[in-house]
Design a protein. Structure first.
Ligand code: OXD
Ligand code: MN
Length: 589
């Protein structure tokens, strides 16, 4: 067989995978439009994908996953390192020997009658010092087409590898999409990922969560850099100055919306501009100047569709108007376009829902699955930053953490210093969303929004953060935001979306020491007068109320954090236990 690469390790990996799964054919993906067009045609012919209205949505296609396969499966996601303790208390662990044997049994012969596709891809711009190469084998055309949007797929990845270069091996087999035999397995010590019995994006687009977060966080720890669940955005000020921030929020908590924010009118009139570098993942290194530099290793957006509309995120909506794959949204049969809750009000009279059933507004069910998605090329985004393809990335002025908290956590506060900032990230908690299976709306600890994505012991991960602060002579300032405060009737107390610019302005002002703050038990909080409310029908009293630090609540929070921290034992850095003790003391003062 003529291979498109001379890399012996790639050839061996593909041959071993084929020997196990027994596909009828092997197709080497080269990333060409010609090959992808043929695959789209084939997927439409078999019903795996549906072609949408090519006049209204050129290049757009639709896909439905199995009903039992609509979200990440955290309970079936494992870190398979040799020593159990290295996976830490927040990960599922399986012995690698056992995991390899179990997955081999599950996948053996499962590609019979199917084709195995070999996808060479780069996370990051090919040739950038940040970038890393992966090869995913899969029996799903849907995966090939999504990977071609989300990553940089092409034969130049093989060129970068040369004859002997290493890469991340990804094996994906749909098998029978059996939820009882669904496993998403990571072998960080072997640069290997195995995913079986799923076809949902977060479980099978192996460049994303599996590689760019779980495996990469482990690589970052061993090589001295960081892989984080963070958006990256740039703000241009009226005087032309640019600042960048990275922000970590749990899944489906508005990262895509913040990354593509359109500032309120008077900011635009003054000349402010916000640009998106990334909406989900940041790889961060210390630059020669002692600052932290970040790149977005992805090439597209795998965004949550429901709630995305002309008002909440016009840039994301615009990004989905061509060359996009929609998954589990509803179809409008009147014109063969797509619809989801929140897209328009009222809903169209008749739809085909995500299950393929006829739907009307009276059906009493959701037309689109709450975790339905669009996979859109980054180049489609009207506010994509010029720095998106920069090989060096962008220098960070601020890091922002944030969760979904109805009470307690104020709209925004700043940490006292780097170590306290690491503490602030480590105590993040948020209500669960539909991005993962299980109950939604349950408050859980999600340090740095990395609970589902940290590929090693979370205590060691905290220590790595502390270490990175020491290595960076000029690290970013660290903040926490909470857009989700509610009143006693469950109504949100902050308008969010574009109005979050008002908070970003305060954050970036703090980075230049251009705005004052009040010191509180938890860190620096704005004076209400310093948040710009121009053009907003919003009272200073309400603002005061969501900036207020309630010591009694925070004292109870500190006790709860102490319980949470216990599981890390002596892996918990002293810097963090000191910050916790200080918090408790401040609340009692
Ligand atoms: C995502 C997630 O898809 O976090 O980005 O689940
Ligand atoms: Mn995410």
């Amino acid at each position: 067989m003529a291979y498109p690469t001379k890399n012996k390790k790639v050839i061996a990996f593909v041959e071993e995978s084929a020997k196990l799964a027994c596909p009828d054919n092997i197709v080497w993906i080269d990333g060409s439009e010609e090959q992808l067009a043929a695959l789209r045609k084939e997927a439409c012919a078999t019903g795996e994908m549906i072609e949408l209205n090519q006049e209204k949505l050129p290049g757009c296609y639709y896909h439905r996953t199995a009903q039992n396969d609509v979200a990440r499966v955290e309970d079936r996601t494992f870190i398979c390192c040799r020593e159990k303790e290295n996976a830490g208390p927040t990960n599922n662990w399986m012995d690698p020997k056992e995991a390899y044997a179990m997955c081999a049994d599950i996948a053996r012969g499962k590609m019979k009658g199917r084709t195995m596709y070999v996808i060479p891809y780069s996370m990051g711009v090919v040739g950038s010092p940040f970038s890393k190469i992966g090869v995913e084998v899969t029996d799903s055309i849907y995966v090939v087409l999504n990977m071609a949007i989300m990553t940089r797929v092409g034969l130049n990845c093989y060129e970068q590898l040369g004859e002997d270069g290493d890469f991340i091996k990804g094996f994906h087999a749909k098998c029978d999409v059996d939820p009882e035999k669904r496993y998403i397995m990571h072998f960080p010590e072997d640069d290997t990922i195995i995913s079986v019995n799923s076809a949902y994006g977060g479980n099978v687009l192996l460049g994303k969560k599996c590689f760019a977060l779980r495996i990469a966080s482990y690589l970052g720890k061993t090589e001295g850099w960081m892989a984080e669940h963070m958006l990256i955005l740039g703000v241009t000020f009226p005087d032309g100055k640019k600042k960048y921030l990275a922000a970590a929020f749990p899944s489906a908590c508005g990262k895509t919306n913040l990354a593509m924010l359109i500032p309120p009118k008077h900011y635009l009139e003054k000349g402010y501009k916000v640009e998106c570098v990334g909406d989900d993942i940041a790889w961060i290194r210390v630059g020669e100047d002692g600052r932290l530099w970040a790149v977005n290793p992805e090439n597209g957006f795998f965004g949550v569709a429901p709630g995305t509309n002309e008002k909440s995120n016009p840039n994301a909506l615009a990004a989905t108007r061509k060359n996009t794959i929609f998954t589990n949204v509803a179809i409008n049969p009147a014109d063969n376009t797509v619809w989801w809750e929140g897209l328009t009000k009222p809903a169209p009279d008749k739809l085909i829902d995500w299950l393929g059933n006829d739907w009307t507004p009276a059906s009493g069910t959701k037309a689109a699955h709450p975790n339905s998605r669009f996979t859109a090329p980054a180049v489609n985004c009207p506010c994509l930053s010029d720095a998106f393809n920069s090989k060096e990335g962008v220098p960070l002025d601020a890091i922002v953490f944030g969760g979904r908290r109805a009470t307690t956590t104020p709209l925004v506060y700043q940490s006292r210093d780097w170590d306290h900032g690491v503490f602030v990230g480590s105590i993040m908690s948020s209500e669960t969303t539909a991005a993962a299976t299980g109950a939604t709306g349950v408050l859980r600890h999600d340090p740095m929004a990395m609970k589902p994505f940290c590929g090693y012991d979370m205590g060691d991960y905290f220590a790595h953060w502390i270490e990175m602060g020491k290595k960076a002579k000029n690290p970013p300032k660290i903040f926490n935001v909470n857009w989700f405060r509610q009143d006693e009737n469950g109504e949100f107390l902050w308008p969010g979306f574009g109005d979050n610019m008002r908070v970003l302005e305060w954050i970036l002002g703090r980075c230049d020491d251009a705005v004052d703050a009040q010191e509180t038990a938890i860190g620096y909080v704005p004076y209400a007068k310093d948040i710009d409310l121009d053009g907003l029908d919003y009272s200073r009293e309400t603002l005061e109320s969501i900036l207020y630090v309630d010591k009694a609540r925070w004292s109870a929070e500190a006790d709860e954090i102490a319980q949470f921290y216990k599981q890390f034992g002596d892996k918990l850095p002293k810097e963090l236990s000191d910050c916790l003790a200080a918090l408790k003391k401040n609340c009692e003062a």
